[in-house]
Design a protein around this ligand. Structure first.
Ligand code: AMP
Ligand code: GLY
Length: 423
């Protein structure tokens, strides 16, 4: 089977690395991909939201399965486009249709879904500029800190956590009346603050049954000790060492099963990944957010821990046969540390030559923002390469990643030296 992976990050390189190992694969394509995916398949210089161009590529290359990496094409309806285009209707798309993608694309939609299906989450209310005063009153009724979320997609920046009541009111007004996050903040969800440690769980579902993937924890802040600006993610560990089987059973019974059942009750078809962003409050899981795709850099530790043929699972998802499949994990831990460009997540330079990668042994470098030009490997984004390693535990895995990182260099290279510090 010919397969196309959409996206260009470390997540997509990890998908490509795993799918490449499948006997069921014929040709692998990635759009647009990076220097890492180019070593595993053919990079197509296409934007994942240019559906017409993708259609042509899928037909020309006889592609039978498309894995959608990022959320944007899903929220814009790529799955619906395939479903309603005659020549593409038999192509498997891994990722939900537009309506279901609102679980990620609209915080209010996700909250209403969770309330309807009694899935534990923070108390909330949502507001528009027409009921700003009610928003102020709701803030007054809460204890600090105050959690304000733009309803729509805001490139991971749409959540504000504010200590001071007056500042929270000011920011609410900025979001609603001054479009602080553009159209994404025309509606704002205000939530009760939850205090606890975060982790992420993932499933692959065909809308009827599901398969649990390894869990993970990522490190979102740029600075050590979880300080500074939010990033896409600076590192990740899998499995999460601070949860036991009893807790994971609660996640399955109170969160995962009710979510899958809820989709069925609401008659929402879903073929793809569900990413549960969870917080452990005391000993109870609560849902912070849903994503309709895998995480990045979580995928760079989740995928390497899967032993089963991943393409076989994806095909079964497309054919609604996931109930016949099981999954096997590696017992070892996997951890990753992200190398980023100086300045990221604010302005940064691209085009810096990357040295030392061939010296890396016993770690897997998953490329993110990289490109090959004139036989030179160059930086091409904020997040550049994720260095993933296995170990008997997360400490051993991280040690290997940090050892290998000493061999790699590029102008301005930055990374967090404390991934796993809190575990
Ligand atoms: P989200 O985009 O909804 O995942 O929010 C981004 C981050 O904000 C989360 O990863 C949490 O660290 C934090 N956060 C979101 N909602 C809450 C909440 N209700 N209580 C505490 N922290 C939160
Ligand atoms: N690493 C967080 C995310 O992919 O949303």
């Amino acid at each position: 089977m010919n397969v196309l992976i959409l996206g260009s990050g470390g997540r997509e390189h990890a998908f490509a690395w795993k799918i490449k190992q499948s006997n069921l694969l014929n040709k692998l394509f990635i759009a647009p991909g990076n220097a890492g995916t180019a070593q595993l398949g053919v990079n197509l210089n296409l934007n994942p939201t240019n559906f017409e161009a993708l259609k042509e590529a899928v037909i020309n290359h006889n592609i039978k399965l498309v894995v959608v990496g990022p959320e944007d094409p899903l929220v814009r309806g790529i799955h619906d486009f395939f479903k309603h285009t005659k020549e593409l209707e038999n192509t498997i798309v891994i990722g939900p249709q537009k309506y279901a993608a609102q679980l990620e694309g609209s915080k209010e939609f996700a909250k209403e879904f969770m309330y309807r299906h009694k899935i534990p989450t923070a108390a909330y209310q949502s507001f528009t500029k027409n009921n700003l005063e009610a928003g102020y009153s709701f803030l007054e009724s809460l204890n600090p800190p105050y959690v304000l979320k733009a309803d729509g997609l805001a490139a991971g920046k749409g959540v504000l956590i504010i200590e001071d009541l007056e500042e929270a009111k000011y920011e609410l007004k900025e979001m609603l009346t001054k479009q602080k996050f553009g159209a994404a903040s025309a509606k704002v969800v205000i939530e009760e603050f939850l205090d606890g440690i975060e982790l992420s769980c993932f499933v692959l579902t065909d809308g009827d049954s599901y398969i649990k993937l390894p869990n993970a924890k990522d490190y979102k802040r740029i600075g050590e000790g979880d300080t500074g600006l939010n990033t896409g993610g600076m590192g990740a560990v899998s499995p999460v060492p601070f949860v036991d089987k009893a807790f994971l059973d609660k996640v399955e019974n109170k969160v995962i099963k009710p979510t899958i059942e809820g989709l069925k009750k609401d008659k929402i078809p879903y073929k793809g990944f569900i990413f549960f962003g969870l917080i452990k409050v005391g000993n109870q899981p609560k849902v912070i957010e849903y994503n309709c795709r895998m995480g990045d850099p979580e995928t760079e530790v989740v995928i390497p821990r899967i032993e089963t043929d991943f393409l076989e699972l994806l095909i079964a998802t497309g054919n609604s046969e996931l109930s016949k499949k099981t999954i096997k994990f590696k017992e070892e831990s996997a951890c990753t540390v992200m190398l980023v460009s100086g300045g990221y997540p604010e302005a940064y330079d691209k085009g810096k030559q990357i040295f030392g990668l061939p010296e890396v042994t016993s770690s897997i470098p998953f490329h993110a923002g990289t490109i090959t030009q004139n036989n030179q490997l160059l930086t091409n984004g904020g997040r550049v390469i994720a260095i993933t390693s296995y170990g008997r535990n997360f400490k051993e895995a991280l040690q290997k990643s940090y050892q290998n990182i000493t061999k790699i260099s590029f102008d301005g290279m930055n990374y967090r030296k404390d991934i796993g510090f809190d575990l």
